[in-house]
Ligand binder design. Structure first.
Ligand code: GLC
Length: 369
């Protein structure tokens, strides 16, 4: 983490592959800094991420502190991107407070405004769920859940050009922030679960009833997306009859905000089942029974530490034994991978950038255990 620290006040996810500040990475780094006993950098990194916020409350997913003109042509604005990422800052604020760190009032206000932006300004699906404007907003760039949007089926290169094109069809508000994308009208279960979870986390600090009620509405809408036959939550929008039902780990994140015993049991079983999401090096990112499952392909099967961390959190209130298995396997995988960005769920072979800052979540998991 020291080697990845950038003097402007954040940890690069990886200094060569990912030198900029990424929103959800930085929120996870807050937990890593706390586990390392460095409350000062935990608070600083969160404040710097939220400092990129626009007056509407929008927080960009990338913050180009070191070179504000970078990618201005792609995003149509300076300093940061026009799209966001899962608003993990609610959780980060709550974790800081639980650790006894003094959190600036301004940081709490910014976190609140960021969540209200998603709930009030961002376009909604008729289901009541919040839409994303780009696959990158989910953080799960190449998830099979988006495959219906890739002409002639998923292909890494074709999908790369689709993603670039989707950035240009984003409709923006007065600060250049994404409010809709007519070409990608998707309301993912995983993203919405993280909105609701982060609201509830922030509300533990602020006691804000209006915000809590908005989260309850989302939780209600998410319950309607459960498919009992498949055992997953389905994304709302045009892909809901196709790739939007593919069983991915992020689609099980509603467990963070759901305690209906039938659903809880189904999800926990799949997380441990070696023919579903179970793996000796952590939970697979895609269900092994899906034809698209590939244990080595970016977002299409490997273990992702930030998702594994969230699943431990979701499972712990219901089953200590399951949380223990997920923790032990994920920590083993993180270590075997050389603290990689993501890794093979069977061998722990490192994939993507090595080392990656958010894999410090393995320390957070080990300490919780
Ligand atoms: C990749 C991931 C995204 C992450 C970023 C930086 O783009 O898909 O979720 O935030 O890398 O680690």
């Amino acid at each position: 983490m020291d080697d990845h620290w950038v003097p402007e006040g954040y940890a690069a996810p990886n200094p060569t592959v990912y030198p900029w500040q990424w929103l959800w990475d930085s929120c996870f780094h807050v937990l890593v800094w706390l586990a390392l006993g460095d409350g000062e950098r935990a608070r600083r990194e969160l404040a710097v991420a939220l400092a990129a916020q626009t007056p509407s409350g929008f927080v960009p997913h990338m913050h180009y502190l070191r070179d504000p003109g970078f990618h201005e042509d792609l995003w149509g604005r300076r300093g940061g991107s026009s799209i966001t990422q899962p608003p993990m800052y609610g959780h980060a604020v709550a974790e800081l407070v639980r650790a006894g760190e003094p959190v600036d009032g301004e940081v709490v206000e910014r976190a609140t405004a960021g969540l209200w932006f998603l709930l009030r300004v961002r376009r909604r699906d008729p289901s009541g769920l919040v839409r994303v404007c780009h696959p990158w907003e989910t953080g799960c760039d190449d998830s099979p859940r988006w495959d219906d949007r890739c002409p002639d089926g998923f292909d890494r290169d074709r999908w790369r050009s689709v993603k670039d094109r989707l950035a240009s069809t984003v409709e923006t508000g007065p600060d250049g922030e994404a409010v809709a994308n007519p070409v990608f009208e998707v309301a993912p279960a995983g993203f919405n679960a993280l909105v609701a979870f982060n609201v509830r986390e922030l509300v533990t600090v602020t006691g804000d009833d209006a915000l809590a009620a908005a989260a309850d509405e989302l939780v209600g809408a998410l319950a309607d997306q459960w498919d009992d036959h498949l055992g997953t939550w389905v994304d709302a929008g045009p892909m809901s009859d196709g790739s939007g039902r593919i069983r991915t780990l992020d689609a099980l994140l509603p467990l963070l905000v759901d305690d209906e015993p039938g659903r809880v049991g189904r999800v926990i079983d799949q997380l441990l089942d070696p023919t579903a999401h179970g793996g000796p090096a952590g939970p697979t990112g895609v269900h092994r029974g899906e034809p698209t499952f590939d244990p080595d392909a970016y977002w299409r099967g490997p273990v992702w530490p930030q998702l594994a961390h969230l699943m431990v959190r979701a499972v712990a209130p219901h089953s200590t034994a399951a949380a223990e298995v997920l923790t032990r396997t994920t920590v083993a995988g993180a270590w075997a991978s050389g603290m990689a960005e993501y890794w093979n769920p069977d061998t722990g072979a490192g994939l993507g950038a090595v080392p990656q800052s958010w894999t410090g979540l393995a320390l957070v998991l080990a300490r919780q255990a």
